[in-house]
Design a protein around this ligand. Sequence first.
Ligand SMILES: Cc1ncc(C[n+]2csc(CCOP(=O)(O)OP(=O)(O)O)c2C)c(N)n1
Length: 351
Amino acid sequence: MEPVRLLAPDGTLTPDPRWPLDVTPQLCRDFYRRMSLARSFDNEALALQRQGELGLWLQSLGQEASQIGSITALRADDYVFPTYREHAAALCRGITPAELLVQWRGNTHSGWDPARYHFHICTLVLAAQLPHATGYAMGVQRDGSGEIVTAYFGDGSASQGEANEAFNWAAATEVPLLFFCQNNQWAISTPSRTQMRAPLHQRAAGFGLDAHLVDGNDVLAVHAVTSAVAAQIRAGGGPALIEALTYRMAGHSTSDDPGRYRTPSELDSWTTRDPIARLESLMTARGWLDDDFRAEVEAECSDLAAQTRKVCRELPLDDVSSLFGTVLAEETPLLAQERHRHEALTASFVD
Ligand SMILES: Cc1ncc(C[n+]2csc(CCOP(=O)(O)OP(=O)(O)O)c2C)c(N)n1
């Protein structure tokens, strides 16, 4: 199966009647703005981690089109289960920089109220969110609320047993669920080609899911496909899977050095397919990206970066000891010992 693509890397637009999309200047400006803001936020978070303000950061760099093209195709009340990399999608839902950073500063377990944004907290245990999403979708199905559920995950997570159980159970129960895989080619240092013989969208079809392959660096294609698939799920068409081919342009996390396992030429080849540059080419060719608009977005990006830096430094430190109370219903001797050790360590810091 060839990936659905509307926008070529050089910015040429080729409409596809199977995936209709009204490509207006407004739509492109909206995507350009959202993707630029997400990248600015991501860059700032990286800088904050490098300066010791965050313990860890996992960049969304290069995956903006996959995330923004898809989340903007959903309704605001469609519940979303993310992994740990969906910052670009989270920003679209109105989750604030402070809420996004607080967990990575180590101040608390998670930063936001999922019920408020219909956006679940990050799941770091690979694929654990997929059965959760399936169960949630069973609830939605019974409520008849008209919502659909979307679960993001990566190519590496697709190797987990839980992912495959979720695909099967979602298909068997015909729940209103969209599995959205960002195949960014790597699971830390393991390339996706060594993890599976059949491409994920083919495997998904075998489970009985309505499966699609899309160019994940083409925000217009991602949006067109997700809109159509979401509408079909909402109309009772059953669960689906979209595999978006994209690339993790940064390391897996700030603890990773991708230079140890991938070549500069590979990164170069994906840089030419950068999702923002691609949209920019189309907009420039059509005269949709004038200097005023560009300057406006640049100013907004600088403001967001400055705001991100400010709120990060001001984040209140929760009483981390309280986190020990949420591990088990009753504290075990080992847990009590760990809590005491942590309290003694904290007390040893004079200031
Ligand atoms: C169950 C489980 N096994 C292993 C890990 C360690 N781990 C964290 S991220 C990761 C790779 C994930 O790759 P992928 O699902 O493709 O997502 P990406 O990080 O590329 O977005 C691994 C192996 C984990 N968090 N959970």
